[in-house]
Design a protein around this ligand. Structure first.
Ligand code: FAD
Length: 415
């Protein structure tokens, strides 16, 4: 018997329950990835291609291969099932509306379709609040339930992947590298090991220090599943594990609301302003508010932004400029290497107070944030070179200086 393992955002061989089950149960295993035009492209493509090349190498080292096809995922999978006489498709369960549409379509095909865990630490439909409802709306009770929830065991990488010979492997395209970070499980595991060995202990103290760069930067790898979040959560550092719980939290919200990235329960009395120039200035890091501009320029340069800066820039867009959070969501989704529907939309909704946890008074004063998390202005100077010579006393309020620093604009709104 032959099983197709359909990869998606689980591009690894370690702790991959669907792959492990296929290798344990089937005589022949056909690993497949479909480059589907429905996958939102963003700038993540070259990173994705790195991940696919690395996965192919790992599977080949185990006697298997990664078949890559282009086209509609369900149609291509079924075509390959015909070619290989496969009787089942194993895949990792995901929460996006795209993944769920596919799942419904597979259910109508004459093949066994099985979903396995692996994208989150705890499956998104496992925990239900005791007061009723199908998901948790607020983080703290979720964190409590999540911390005590049973965990599946971590599965090792299969020793052998028995892929039939003679199948066309299919080309993996090349793209212009973006963000200067290498994709793939190999690079991910190297970074994970170095991070847990050298930096994890300092995480709690450093995680909000903008210039200190004390976070793991593992998010693009988690986004593509080059790392198992369950394996990472076994590191035991509570402050860090809590962040992985936030990731699960947003996934269980997305599971309950597949349209999380579009629905907008804006608080009563809020109206969004339309101001194309302000939107553009925000995107380009030219708002005239240094801490906001530093974050937006980090995003443009690296395809990644520090979490504290994401909070500050997002709050500035929705609370100060009063522009619809979905404008920000789209821009982040396009540029972030870790851009993900659940995490991006969940966090934007959280900042805007428009999601299911509507607390409209959550405010982030950019100046107070800047003084607290970038006290010497080092982060600002790194990304806003026009302000390189501004003294620390004025770095966050250059408009108070008599002459405006070379080419740097006055603030759109004074924070
Ligand atoms: P670390 O601090 O090292 O955390 C470890 C891991 O925990 C991260 O890699 C990430 O997977 C997870 N994590 C941490 N914080 C959060 C959080 N608040 N929500 C969900 N997961 C979290 N994260 C994404 O992965 N994709 C997104 O598209 C995304 N969009 C965001 C949009 C906004 C407006 C905001 C405020 C935050 C967003 N985040 C998103 C969450 C967070 O900013 C990033 O996960 C984090 O900055 C990644 O850096 P790191 O890997 O060094 O994080």
């Amino acid at each position: 018997d032959t099983v197709i393992v359909l990869f998606n955002r689980d591009l690894r061989v370690h702790d991959h329950p669907a792959l492990a089950a296929a290798c344990a149960q089937a005589r022949r295993v056909v690993p497949l990835f479909v480059l589907d035009p429905a996958i939102p492209s963003g700038r993540r493509r070259p990173f994705l291609y790195d991940c696919l090349r690395d996965l192919r190498d790992s599977l080949r080292a185990r006697g298997g291969d990664l078949l890559v096809r282009q086209g509609d995922t369900v149609a291509e999978t079924m075509r390959l099932a015909g070619e290989t006489s496969a009787t089942a498709v194993f895949t990792s369960a995901d929460v996006s509306s795209l993944a769920r549409r596919r799942q419904r379509r597979f259910a109508e095909e004459p093949i066994e379709f099985r979903r396995f865990p692996g994208v989150t630490v705890v499956p998104p439909d496992l925990l239900r609040p005791s007061g009723g409802g199908d998901h948790y709306r607020v983080f703290t009770p979720y964190w409590r339930a999540w911390s005590g929830a049973p965990r599946r065991s971590i599965v090792g990488a299969p020793e052998a992947v028995p892929t039939p010979k003679g199948l066309r492997a299919g080309a993996i395209p090349r793209g212009l590298p973006y963000g200067g970070i290498e994709g793939g499980e190999g690079a991910a595991r190297k970074r994970m090991r170095a991070w847990t060995r050298d930096r994890l202990d300092g995480y709690e103290d450093l995680r909000d220090d903008l210039a200190g760069d004390g976070t793991s930067r593992l998010s693009p790898y988690l986004r593509f599943g080059c790392l198992s979040p369950l394996e990472l959560a076994a590191c035991g550092n509570e402050a860090f594990v809590r962040q992985l719980c936030w990731r699960d939290f947003h996934h269980q919200v997305a599971f309950a609301f597949p349209d999380l990235n579009r629905r907008d329960y804006r608080p009563r009395g809020t109206t969004w302003r339309s101001d194309k120039d302000a939107e553009q200035a925000w995107r380009e890091g030219m708002t005239g508010v240094p801490i906001v501009d530093a974050g937006m320029r980090q995003l443009l340069a690296e395809g990644w932004m520090h979490n504290r800066a994401r909070l500050i820039t997002a709050a500035y867009l929705v609370k100060h400029l009063r522009i619809d959070w979905r404008v920000g969501y789209d821009h982040f989704f396009d540029l972030l290497l870790d851009g993900d529907v659940a995490d991006n939309a969940g966090n934007w909704q959280w900042v805007a107070g428009t999601g299911n946890d509507t607390r409209p008074n959550r405010t982030f004063n950019p100046l107070r944030q800047a003084r607290r998390f970038d006290p010497d202005g080092e982060y600002v100077r790194r990304y806003v070179p026009e302000l390189a010579d501004v003294p620390a006393t004025h770095i966050h309020e250059p408009w108070l200086l008599s002459g405006q620093a070379g080419g740097y604009p006055p603030p759109l709104t004074r924070p």
